[in-house]
Design a protein. Sequence first.
Length: 198
Amino acid sequence: MKNITLLFLLSFICCNNATTEVTPVKDYTTTNSEALQYCKDNNFNEDYYYLVDLSIHPGKNRFFIHDFKQNKVTDKNLVTHGSCDQFETNPNKWEKAKFSNKADSHCSMKGKYKIGKRDYSSWGINVKYWLHGLEKSNESAVKRVVVLHSWDAVSNEEVYPNVSPLSWGCPAVSDEFMRKLDTQLKATKKPVLLWIVE
């Protein structure tokens, strides 16, 4: 009887695990190494950088603060991606980010950014940081006013299988998370790297 009960429990656990989606653990070792080298070469902050992985479902944490010295993620949260529906239909816009550097596209833009000046925002906690695109894929960031800011519509916890709201290309985070970023960014004397990948 004990063996039958044990077999039933194992079967139940296996079946449940088979139907539960598990976020794959991604290895960012190469990305982190390249980010650190970039920071060293360009006189950026060498304590940490921000990695945004838009290949991850928008209801899951995909904004990561990576600490170079500890070589680990010290915090993570949700972040929006752009609707990218101004020049073509985008039926999967809620689940999957699309990318374009084109003005008025409302798309996200991949690549490395320098986090620039702190400024007033009419969104969230009324703070934004200008993002300066460092690559061809995001060179129009300032012109498009794609900035780092908060939005009270963004949850501070994962909402999967639901999704985060869409932006016009800005990586917008929760108000609570933005307060953490703001505290960190105000304390740095060197520019901080933000890198959007997919």
